[in-house]
Design a protein around this ligand. Structure first.
Ligand SMILES: [Zn+2]
Length: 159
C-alpha cells in the first residue's frame, strides 16, 4: 500500500520516525499536476560526501543559489522559494553546482553551516545531518495459515 491508496493522511511522525515502508509514489505526479516548473536537486556534503537531501529547484531558486552562495530550493508543497536555513539556521553553503547529462537534474555540493540538513531529530533530540537515516530491510513472516509459506515483507531500520 502506498500513501495515495489511503483515505486518511499519514502522520508525518509515522512517516519520518516509523519503520513501516510507505513510499510516496504519487510525489512526482502531484508535482506534474501543479504549476511548478521544477527539476530535482540532490544535495551532497562536499567533504564527507554524505547525500543530505533531495529537493526541487526552479529558475528562481537556482538563480538565488548561484547569486547568494547558499542552497535554495522551490518548495513544491508551499509553492514558494525555500532558502535552506533562513529560519532554522541550518544553512548549506554552496561549493559547486553540477548538471547531469540531460540537464534535467542538479547536484549541489555544499558545506553545512548549521546542525543538519534534515528537519528531523534523532531519539536524542539531535538534528540529523541528512534525510537518508533509514534503510530498507527484508523481514520474513512465518505464515502458519493453510498456505504455510513464508511471506517476505519490508521494513525500515535506522542506520
Ligand atoms: Zn529530511
Amino acid at each position: 500500500m502506498n500513501r495515495s491508496d489511503k483515505n486518511v493522511s499519514t502522520l508525518s511522525t509515522d512517516l519520518e520516525e516509523g519503520t513501516e515502508l510507505n513510499l510516496d509514489y504519487g510525489k512526482l505526479r502531484a508535482i506534474g499536476n501543479g504549476d511548478a516548473a521544477v527539476i530535482p536537486v540532490a544535495v551532497q556534503d562536499y567533504e564527507t560526501r554524505e547525500v543530505l537531501i533531495l529537493a526541487y529547484v526552479n529558475q528562481e531558486a537556482l538563480a538565488y543559489t548561484l547569486s547568494h552562495g547558499v542552497a535554495a530550493f522551490w518548495s513544491t508543497s508551499r509553492n514558494e522559494l525555500w532558502v535552506k536555513g533562513a529560519t532554522s539556521g541550518d544553512t548549506l553553503e554552496l561549493v559547486d553546482v553540477r548538471v547531469n547529462c540531460e540537464q534535467n537534474s542538479l547536484l549541489y555540493l555544499v558545506r553545512p553551516l548549521g546542525a543538519g540538513a534534515c528537519h528531523t531529530r534523532d531519539a536524542d533530540g539531535i538534528a540529523r545531518s541528512g534525510c537518508y537515516y533509514r534503510r530498507i530491510e527484508r523481514i520474513c513472516i512465518s505464515n502458519t495459515g493453510p498456505e504455510k509459506q513464508n511471506a517476505q515483507s519490508w521494513r525500515l531500520a535506522f542506520v
